[in-house]
Design a binder for this molecule. Structure first.
Ligand code: AMP
Ligand code: MG
Length: 392
């Protein structure tokens, strides 16, 4: 059995990236940059006025100045002024090279087309966005691995970039195992339950814009083996649910071995989700999650979600983590790390009732998972803990 840290590290170092694909920036939202974005020109590209006002030579600040021209935004003429002159200018307009300062119009007075500057705080270069102050040509504008947000798309557009390389979405297969599982809408007989894990995992994947292909199978070795074979032929990532423990009807491990899946790890010193399996076949990743729903989702967020982020080229694949004081004291046994369903509570975090690995109600109410390391036994009230923020 390995520790949570070892398991995370094996995911971090083990996962292969998807194929690169060139996409229009408008289709790149929520992907990660596969290459650095280099500024092809300086930003801003020319000296720009930051205000509606007047441009002039700072040495003339105390004179009354002749307003000789006007430069609107988008005006590309080369305009020159002499000493004692000023021009009307607007936000985003090109500031002529012969001007070094802009005064905002609210701090001026115009008498007979003569400008009087009434800004005591104005300095030479004031209210001008200097060419290249944000970026110089050749600078790295955004690093590879950066999440492409609306802001990143806007930023790339300012750089004139129309297409970017990202990594393709993985084709994901889910196989849920268990003879007791019945589809929604069935009339349950005693001993049967509704199959819920595929609905849950499918929604978690939808958040990542992935639409998985879903199979369910009874506890049957041959059928499980056959479905795994199919999924590994067609998919990039296979997620199994259930059948990975040591019961007589747990056939997943054997079926993976028969499919030449190489084990990276099996079993983690954690609660919930001890019997998590991670393996690879070629460049394909296989996670076998425990069937207990809360354990399955916990393993998904802590290991499968980061694996997908890595396949997509993310530089920060794990859920965001912050440190907060714990609202309620918690005591556990030594030896296994705990992930606890929790809710952010003002500036603290509160553990929810119902931490069993089959109990989804607390997970449904949680927006965070509190991580308690294996060696810890008691966490006092208000002690700082690691808090992983769950996606909505
Ligand atoms: P297993 O990991 O197969 O031993 O299953 C552990 C527990 O999780 C059992 O109580 C199963 O009935 C339950 N379980 C397994 N798979 C699912 C599923 N897909 N949906 C809901 N519950 C499940
Ligand atoms: Mg089972």
């Amino acid at each position: 059995m390995i520790s949570v840290e070892e398991a995370k590290n094996l995911v971090l170092t083990g996962v292969f990236k998807q194929q690169k694909v060139l996409v229009n920036i408008q289709s790149a939202l929520n992907f990660f940059l596969a290459d650095d974005i280099i500024a092809g020109f300086s930003v801003p590209l020319f000296n720009q006025s930051a205000m509606d006002g007047y441009a002039f030579k700072f040495q003339d600040v105390n004179k009354s100045l002749n307003i000789v021209d006007e430069v609107a935004a988008g005006d590309v003429r080369v305009v020159k002024i002499k000493q004692g002159e000023a021009i009307r200018i607007f936000t985003g307009s090109k500031v002529p090279d012969s001007c070094d300062t802009v005064v905002m119009q609210e701090l001026t007075e115009i008498i007979n087309n003569q400008l009087i500057v009434k800004d005591d705080g104005l300095k030479s270069g004031g209210n001008i966005r200097k060419k290249g102050y944000q970026l110089k040509k050749g600078d790295v504008a955004l690093k590879k691995g950066t999440l492409i947000t609306p802001a990143a798309i806007g930023f790339m557009a300012t750089l004139g970039i129309q297409e970017v390389n990202v990594y393709e979405l993985p084709k994901v297969y889910i196989i849920a195992t268990g003879s007791e599982l019945m589809p929604l809408g069935s009339k349950l007989k005693e001993g049967q339950i509704f199959e819920s894990n595929t609905h849950m995992l499918c929604s978690a994947l939808e958040k990542l814009a992935i639409q998985p292909i879903i199979y369910t199978v009874k506890d049957n070795q041959q059928e499980t083996e056959q479905l795994i074979k199919e999924a590994l032929t067609k998919g990039d990532l296979l997620i199994l649910s259930g059948g990975i423990s040591v019961g007589d009807y747990d056939f997943v491990k054997e079926s993976l071995v028969k499919n030449q899946v190489k084990e990276v790890f099996y079993k983690i010193k954690q609660k919930p989700g001890k019997p998590l399996f991670y393996g690879q076949k070629g460049e394909k990743n296989i996670f076998a999650l425990p069937g207990n729903p809360a354990a399955a989702l916990n393993c998904f967020y802590m290991y499968v979600y980061p694996a997908i982020q890595l396949m997509l080229g993310a530089s920060e694949p794990f859920l965001p983590m912050i440190k907060l004081p714990l609202e309620n004291k918690f005591v556990k046994k030594e030896g296994r790390s705990h992930f606890l369903k929790a809710k952010l509570w003002g500036n603290t975090v509160k553990l929810l009732e119902g931490q069993d690995s089959d109990a989804l109600q607390s997970f449904a109410l949680a927006n965070a998972l509190v991580y308690i390391p294996a060696e810890k036994i008691t966490i006092e009230q208000h002690e700082l803990v690691d808090v992983y923020l769950l996606p909505n």
